[in-house]
Design a protein around this ligand. Sequence first.
Ligand code: CP
Length: 291
Amino acid sequence: MNHFTSLENLDLQLIRELVDDAVNFKRKKACPNLSNHYISNLFFENSTRTKLSFEMAEKKTGMEIIYFDAESSSVKKGETLYDTVKTLNSIGVECFVIRHNQDRFYEDLISRFDVPIINAGDGCGDHPTQSLLDLVTIYEEFGTLNGLNIVIAGDVVHSRVAHSDAKILTRFGSEISFATPEFWRDSSMTMGSYVSLDSVLPNADVVMLLRNQNERHKQQYDEKNYLQQYGLTKERTAKMKPSAIIMHPAPINRNVEIDENLIEAPQSRIFTQMTNGVFARIAVLNYVFNS
Ligand code: CP
């Protein structure tokens, strides 16, 4: 039995195997059989992609989903996360996919439960299944995760995607830089360099945009002029290498992080990321039950 809470505690060989598994599940249209396992998706923060692509992965592997809705649950009466998990585990749920606004919420759970806990995003901490689908997308495109120039642009300090991706892509030997306004720099990040988007675009293989996380901001910023100052405009894409790709975890603030005409442009892999998310999550479910 394995948990899947962060890529940091997994060795590179295993992560490569998960990437390969996801690519193979996608290419062969074949899935492991996990029927007769009961799973719950506990989302205490909003989600479209992560929640529903987990659900798709669970259905494709034949799992039984025990549905949970935080808004209509006893969480509204003050039930703790531990008590919710303990309750569902007591009635037979064997695996939990959890998104929660508390950084590292999973630490308490993995020391107290003997069933897999999968982190679907913890506060401003990590988003390991998003990182895995990003690795799958980059690997499919370039055939390697090593030696690439990757610029991560936008709201770095609030982004669990930036944190997870920067750490794992650095471990794989790619060069990370951050293009972010001064007020969204993250002093805790020990890797990568801070650059202007204009200066780094001609050498970038991947332009990874982030969502501006307005719900986490304590201070207002100039959203109206953000695109021209820091975002990906048509003029800026003209500086990109023809082989370079655009990524964004979504949801997207159209015409803030990116000109909306670029979202489905030939260089964009934004919807490929979403497709790959299903197969990356099948690989994770297979890992926690079968490895
Ligand atoms: N990328 C991502 O985590 O999207 P959701 O918040 O919609 O799950």
